[in-house]
Write a protein that binds this ligand. Structure first.
Ligand code: 1HN
Length: 349
């Protein structure tokens, strides 16, 4: 029922008066705050790699990695263009980084965590706290919060990967710290392959004490991930929504490999058509291999190798694979789980 005009005027006057004491009436905004279900501000969106690539290479001519510090084209959600920090979903950043032959992206560290999913090129490196890893397509490389990292390309080909960062989450908590190392490279420490030998073989150093929340494995290589999924797809029963889906884990805890971003890889057999699914975490997908489409709220996103797409929170979607396809994905699910917020719903079979 609409208030009587006398009350309307009186209320407005009241609101104006209390505003001078930094007060406001909740009842005027309550309905905008409470929603029956998530109302994600981001749009579903897809970027075709073959359309982006020429622009990325143009960026390579226009600015050096040294000048840019990080030569990244931001994948900006079309519905969130005004938001700072930039984002692909409400909580997460994604961008495509290019390093040309001979270039170095200088060493720095920040409290935001970063993941790299390698798209193109073979043999450039990322170094984290002095340990290098050589990157190949499909590898998932971790830069934990507050670790020194630089990237370099000593090959003859351009190198491109997707960067995923928890920028908006850390910004929300006002916990952003950043430091430049001051030189291009952080001094080399452990030899290449050290972290996978210590932590990535179902073994742990006997007196290993966990430091921090992020997995000590620097690079979850595509070779191993793909092999695991392929084996699994030969024997096991597929999930009717996800096909064969594995999450990347911290080897000492079994928890997600990163505290703020949950990462996974799934294999969709050729001809797979998944059952409808929704969850409260918006997810970013990168097509490691294959082609197919993902239908989100009845609208199809047709994807092929190296494309990136984002599915907003709580929107119903299903995947269809024309060829055998591998999809890498990441989302803020670990954060939602820790806070007791995460939900999913599968269509009744
Ligand atoms: C960053 O430090 C990197 O270290 C990549 O490679 C992307 C996007 C926003 C802020 C910092 C990197 C980034 C970033």
């Amino acid at each position: 029922m609409a208030p009587e005009p006398r009350h309307t005027a009186e209320r407005e006057a009241f609101y104006a008066r209390i505003a001078t004491s930094s007060l406001a009436p909740l009842w005027e905004v309550l309905k905008g705050i409470q929603s029956v279900e998530p109302r994600p501000p981001e749009a579903m969106a897809l970027w075709h790699y073959d359309e982006i690539r020429p622009m990325l290479m143009e960026a390579g001519r226009l600015i050096s990695a040294a000048e840019a510090e990080r030569r990244v084209l931001i994948l900006q959600n079309p519905a969130l263009r005004e938001h700072s920090p930039p984002r692909i979903s409400h909580s997460l950043f994604a961008g495509l980084q290019l390093i040309m032959p001979g270039e170095i992206a200088p060493s720095h560290r920040h409290t935001q965590s970063a993941l790299r999913f390698i798209i193109e090129g073979e043999g450039a490196y990322t170094a984290v706290d002095g340990e290098r890893t050589t990157m190949r397509p499909g590898d998932f490389v971790i830069t934990p919060s507050w670790t020194w990292h630089d990237h370099g390309n000593e090959t003859k080909e351009p190198m491109v990967w997707l960067d995923g960062l928890d920028l908006a989450l850390v910004d929300l908590l006002n916990a952003v710290f950043f430091e430049a190392y001051g030189e291009d490279r952080f001094p080399a420490g452990r030899p290449e392959g050290d972290s996978i030998a210590r932590f990535g073989s179902g073994l742990l150093p006997v007196d290993y004490e966990r430091r921090g929340l992020t997995s000590p494995i620097l690079n979850y290589t595509y070779e191993r991930t793909r092999e695991a999924l392929e084996q699994m797809s030969r024997g096991g029963e597929r999930d009717r929504c996800h096909g064969f889906k594995m999450r990347y884990v911290h080897p000492a805890t079994g928890d997600w490999a990163m505290p703020t971003m949950g990462t996974a890889m799934q294999l969709l057999p050729r001809g797979f058509s998944g059952a409808p699914y929704r969850s409260s975490d918006s997810a970013v997908f990168v097509v490691a291999e294959g082609n197919g489409r993902t239908v989100v709220s009845g609208e199809a996103l047709a994807w092929r190798q190296h494309d990136v797409f984002v599915v907003p929170s709580w929107r119903e979607y299903h995947h269809e694979a024309a060829d055998e396809s591998l999809l890498f994905s990441f989302s803020d699910r670990p954060v939602q789980e820790k806070l007791g917020l995460w939900r999913e719903r599968r269509a009744a079979s």
